[in-house]
Design a protein around this ligand. Structure first.
Ligand SMILES: *Cc1c(COP(=O)(O)O)cnc(C)c1O
Length: 433
């Protein structure tokens, strides 16, 4: 790059296709090569020692870092406006790495009750095994967030666009509440992606993603990523500032400053959990990132059309899409997601006399021709699921109700098909008997 290019602040779309990568110096390869290798040869014994001491940056073993994965990390960090990123095996892994890096046994997390079903089970059941407690709150009530904070609270947690009712997190207010208590806000930005919302601009500290969804965009690779704004003061935060027994008493904050959290996440948590991203999946996710804003723009526009169509349909009881004025969080959506609140939303089938909500859902889903019935979102193909019998099936009735999942609820993820074809498909399936 010329000096001129070095001083220019490139736009989002330019960074989608260039950030974190220059053509390979040895081969001239323009696309990001896949460094399909587990390990990297040391220059000499001194260099090896320096690498292990974290006194020099470089690749040792692909569980800790890999050049292909590094391009994915830098690219997402650039798009989110983060200081840096650590890629993980999946979205669930990104969350777990965030918690295990931040928290010590006995610590607490305050979380929105409107979360992806898998996140609720991870928070409730898996974190409990580490003696970590989670208090769930109605995300729309700042008073509930505040009341749930105790001296042991070390993180606040929510989703930009909550699953499956499309609740919009008031990121600015919750981040400010956290800041006033010295607690970082972690935001799961999977459903929005940085193309629609960049939570760091509103005060969030850590971002987690299931890159499996819109980032990859093609339903081909599991992956996740954890990002740090680099703006939170970790200087008195116990796990990041105190000497770490897991890394011969290294003080991550003193040594790496604003990269302290990410260095600990990589050098300790990923090292010890093995929750790393494979270079091949990093390559696939990079392909997805290159068209991210184009897909989000089109899929979000189509989602609005589909939501409007369903809202006017006689076989539909309700539609929960924050892009519609009827949604309680419509104003928050306009504030945080001016490009539209994504392409995933839910609606309820109208109950029929003598027909249970579950049976009605089955007839509808089986009549669809274009929508694929599966447990995923964010694909270029349109997807449908009935959460009460699938993603949220392991939750108790009480947890289901708290998460806002009704038995008649159908979740759609709108893809890139011709939107008129999608409306046709939904209409014929709604009328099916
Ligand atoms: C899918 C999803 C996850 C989990 O991600 P995986 O890549 O499937 O592990 C977490 N949060 C949200 C909002 C999701 O949609």
């Amino acid at each position: 790059m010329s000096n001129k290019a070095e001083t220019r602040k490139f736009g989002f779309e330019t960074r989608m296709v260039h950030a974190g990568h220059i053509p390979d110096a040895v081969t001239g390869a323009r696309a990001v090569p896949i460094y399909q290798t587990t390990s990297f040869v040391f220059d000499d014994a001194d260099q090896a020692a320096q690498l292990f001491e974290l006194k020099q940056f470089g690749n040792i073993y692909s569980r800790i870092s890999n050049p292909t994965t590094a391009v994915f990390e830098e690219r997402v960090a650039s798009l989110e406006g983060a200081a840096g990123a650590v890629a993980t095996a999946s979205g669930m892994a990104a969350q777990l790495v965030a918690f295990l890096t931040l928290l010590e046994p006995g610590d607490e997390v305050v979380a929105s009750s409107q979360l992806y079903g898998g996140s609720i089970t991870q928070l409730v059941h898996t974190l409990r095994k580490f003696n970590l407690q989670v208090r769930f709150v109605d995300p729309s009530s700042i008073a509930e967030w505040e009341a749930a904070i105790t001296p042991k609270t070390r993180a606040l947690y929510g989703e930009t666009i909550g699953n499956p009712r499309g609740a919009i997190l008031d990121i600015g207010r919750i981040a400010a509440l956290g800041a006033s208590h010295g607690i970082p806000l972690i935001v799961d930005n999977t459903m929005a992606t940085p193309a629609l919302c960049r939570p760091i601009e509103h005060g969030a500290t850590l971002i987690v993603h299931s890159a499996t969804k819109f980032m990859g965009g093609h339903g081909t690779a599991l992956g996740g990523v954890l990002l740090d704004s680099g703006k939170f003061d970790f200087s008195r935060y116990p796990s990041i500032a105190a000497p770490s027994a897991a890394y011969h008493d290294l003080r991550f904050y003193d040594t790496f400053g604003h990269y302290g959290f990410l260095m600990k996440a990589r050098a300790e948590t990923i090292r010890d959990t093995g929750a790393c991203l494979s270079p091949f999946n990093a390559f696939l996710l990079i392909q997805g990132l290159e068209t991210l804003s184009l897909r989000m723009e089109r899929q979000t526009a189509s989602a609005l059309k589909v939501a409007q169509f369903l809202e006017g349909h006689g076989e539909v009881a309700w539609v929960a899409y924050a892009g519609l004025p009827s949604h309680p969080d419509h104003a928050l959506a306009r504030k945080y997601l001016p490009g539209g609140p994504g392409a995933v939303f839910s609606f309820g089938l109208r109950a029929k006399k003598g027909e249970g909500a579950r049976a009605r859902g089955r007839v509808f889903i089986e009549a669809l021709q274009l929508f694929s019935h599966l447990a995923n979102i964010g694909d270029v193909r349109s997807l449908v699921i009935h959460p009460a019998s699938t993603t949220h099936q392991q939750l108790s009735d009480e947890e289901l109700a708290k998460g806002g999942v009704a038995p008649e609820l159908i979740r759609l993820s709108i893809g890139l098909e011709n939107v008129e074809d999608l409306l046709w498909d939904l209409d014929q399936a709604l009328l099916a008997r």
